[in-house]
Design a protein around this ligand. Structure first.
Ligand code: SF4
Length: 349
């Protein structure tokens, strides 16, 4: 059981962030937000994947006017992502979004920034202060440690909001450098009690991004830091949500929503077509997700141990496999029947 950092609880619509709430999974649409049909359709797809909160880009006046309609047609909290435009943030709040994400460093007019904070307070919605490493510079022209600068800048924004009586704040400090991001989160976690939104920004294509995110986001969560997360991929957001859940599941922070297949990497001892068996089982698993652990192991050297620990398992031999169920060896089956036997047995669990 991980010992989570204690934070205040901030509500984003109906979803609690921080406190004792489960870690919420977020994503961001990649449709043009003013294409309401496409945006709502994508959000519904993400809802089906159990995305908890959705963010949309709000680049202009035409887009911000669509937020109210989008909000009406979706079932999860809607967050408006706004850069530079004070008036866009104000209009987004008026449109009824559940949270806005801004980087105060991009909002140069102090009075306008304060107007946003006052309006958010009146409407009872939180603000995420989202600082990205690329957006901050040292005020005095001196080179400062980037991590220190990100943390110092973020805390300064928080203090400004607090001075206006506003504490419904969620904080993120993202860099594309995993280690710097982790250092920044570790540092700010000690200096405030605001919930933290985790992410590695500009993490790249899925194959790179998943590694960076598993290390960065997973590493923070394993230290008890982080209350909500977005895995950022270059590509459709659906994979982001699934990857977010995989990270939580790997850390035991979310119940598995699908079967877990444990399979060995194979080596010269393997005498069955293990990869094909794993792929077939994965492909044909019942569509209704089950919290079942399935072990498919290549040989009798390490195989029986893993197979016995799983709910259902096979340890391969020469063209045959030994079937295990709930720790007991059941029977020997030929390789040609392994997939069908596993699937039949999964149905019974
Ligand atoms: S279970 Fe057997 S086949 Fe698989 S990697 Fe281990 S020793 Fe090799």
């Amino acid at each position: 059981m991980l010992n989570r950092r204690k934070t205040r609880t901030v509500m984003v619509g109906s979803v609690a962030i921080g406190g004792n709430a489960p870690i919420a999974i977020q994503s961001m649409t990649n449709t043009h937000t003013d294409d309401i049909e496409a945006t709502v359709k994508q959000i519904h797809e993400l809802e089906a994947l159990k995305c908890n909160i959705i963010r949309v880009a709000v680049p202009d006046v035409k887009t911000v006017k669509c937020l109210g309609e989008i909000k009406k047609r979706i079932n999860i909290p809607l967050v408006a992502d706004i850069h530079f435009g004070h008036n866009l943030a104000i209009e987004a709040i008026k449109q009824g979004v559940d949270k806005i994400r801004i980087n105060p460093g991009n909002m140069k007019k102090k009075d306008k920034l304060e107007e946003i904070v006052h309006l958010a307070k009146d409407k009872g919605i939180p603000i995420r202060i989202g600082v990205n490493s690329g957006s901050i510079r040292s005020n005095d022209g001196h080179e400062e440690d980037l991590v220190e600068l990100m943390v110092k800048t973020t805390l300064r924004y928080c203090e400004h909001f607090e001075s206006l009586g506003f504490k419904d704040i969620i904080v993120s400090l993202k860099a594309s450098d995993v280690q710097k991001t982790m250092d920044a989160y570790r540092s700010i976690a000690k200096q405030c009690d605001y919930p933290l939104h985790l992410g590695i920004t500009a993490a790249g294509a899925p194959d790179d991004a998943i590694i960076k995110s598993a290390i960065g986001i997973g590493g923070m969560l394993s230290e008890g830091i982080g209350d909500t997360l977005r895995v950022s991929f270059t590509g459709p957001p659906h994979q982001e949500v699934m990857a977010g859940y995989k990270i939580l599941e790997a850390l035991g922070l979310s119940k598995r929503t699908d079967a877990e297949i444990i399979s060995c990497p194979t080596c010269g001892r393997c005498e069955i077509d293990l990869l094909n068996i794993v792929n077939e089982v994965k492909k044909r698993l019942p569509s209704q997700k089950r919290s079942v652990q399935i072990a498919v192991m290549g040989c009798i050297v390490n195989g029986p141990g893993e197979a016995m620990e799983a709910d259902i398992g096979i340890a391969g031999g020469k063209g045959v496999g030994f079937l295990f169920k709930k720790g007991e060896k059941i029977r020997k089956i030929p390789e040609s029947e392994m997939v069908s036997t596993l699937l039949e047995e999964i149905e019974t669990i």
